[in-house]
Design a protein around this ligand. Structure first.
Ligand code: ADP
Length: 259
């Protein structure tokens, strides 16, 4: 679904991504991990068409460099870290914006669009807030609505930039499980930047570790989440244990334990 080949990008001449290769198959979830400033958000911005780059990025076989923005929006749904939210817009109308690529140039939204938005709000437990302006909901509710907008778009590739950073534990699980069921039911591909390595291990099929704009490790959680790798690229002292379900759990170790 997504193929990034030898992608490099710069901000004002400073290199930020250096010959990055990432592949995501339909129905697959790939998590981009790495320390702050590694280039995770930049990589997602490149794939969403928001940043110029060298190398090649194709989605569903089409090179994004050649795609008009509207066609790209039909292929990729983005959940950015800091979305632009129109002033005064309600939760319902904000999620409805996700349907834009499905609505003809001169048309209004149809009944199926309204139904889809209603279903997304229900799945995200936001129905009771449908008429509330976005600037009058909590941070977690806003983050779920932003995800809802991307889900309503129903694109083959979902890009998530730290989708659960403002959510409590229960809502983190709810949102990630929802994304997981969508990619299983609809075969959507998911590329996400994830801070929490334990959650990345639980939900992603593969991890790509970026540091200083380069891919430093790639593979399953078992292959990538190793204490020596995490020490090298995060400067972190961690223990990695395997829980009863066989998932890697990354726990920080205190460097100066008491007693
Ligand atoms: P991550 O998401 O892994 O934390 P980013 O992709 O946000 O990393 O940033 C990668 C590097 O690019 C960092 O050094 C950051 O300071 C720099 N950077 C990010 N956005 C900009 C920008 N708009 N202009 C200039 N430099 C930027």
């Amino acid at each position: 679904m997504l193929s990034c080949h030898q992608v490099s990008a710069r901000y004002n001449g400073t290199p930020v991504l250096d010959t990055v290769d990432i592949e995501v198959d339909p129905g697959e979830w790939v998590a981009v991990i790495g320390p702050n400033g590694a280039g995770k958000t930049t990589m997602l911005r490149v794939v969403s068409g928001a940043l110029t780059f060298s190398g090649e990025v194709t989605i569903g076989g089409s090179s994004i460099a050649a795609l008009p923005p509207r066609d790209l929006a039909g292929l990729v749904a983005v959940v950015p870290q800091a979305p632009v939210i129109p002033a005064g817009i309600t939760v319902f109308d904000y999620v409805l914006l996700g349907r834009t690529p499905h609505i003809g140039y001169w048309s209004m939204e149809g009944r199926s669009d309204l139904r889809e938005v209603g279903a997304v709000l229900e799945r995200l437990e936001l129905s009771h807030l449908a008429d509330r302006p976005m600037d009058r909901v909590s941070g977690g509710e806003r983050q779920r609505a932003v995800l809802g907008r991307a889900l309503a778009q129903d694109a083959g590739l979902l890009l998530l930039d730290e989708p659960t950073s403002a959510l409590d534990l229960g809502h983190q699980q709810q949102v990630l499980e929802l994304v997981d069921s969508l990619r299983r039911d609809r075969g959507h591909a998911v590329l996400s930047a994830v801070h929490d390595l334990t959650l990345a291990a639980q939900f992603a099929d593969r991890l790509v570790l970026l540091a200083d704009g380069k891919v430093r490790a790639t593979g399953t959680a078992e292959e990538v989440l190793k204490p020596d790798i995490l020490a090298r690229y995060y400067g972190a002292d961690v223990t990695v244990v395997v829980d009863a379900d066989g998932n890697q759990v990354v726990a920080p170790r205190r460097r100066n334990p008491v007693g």
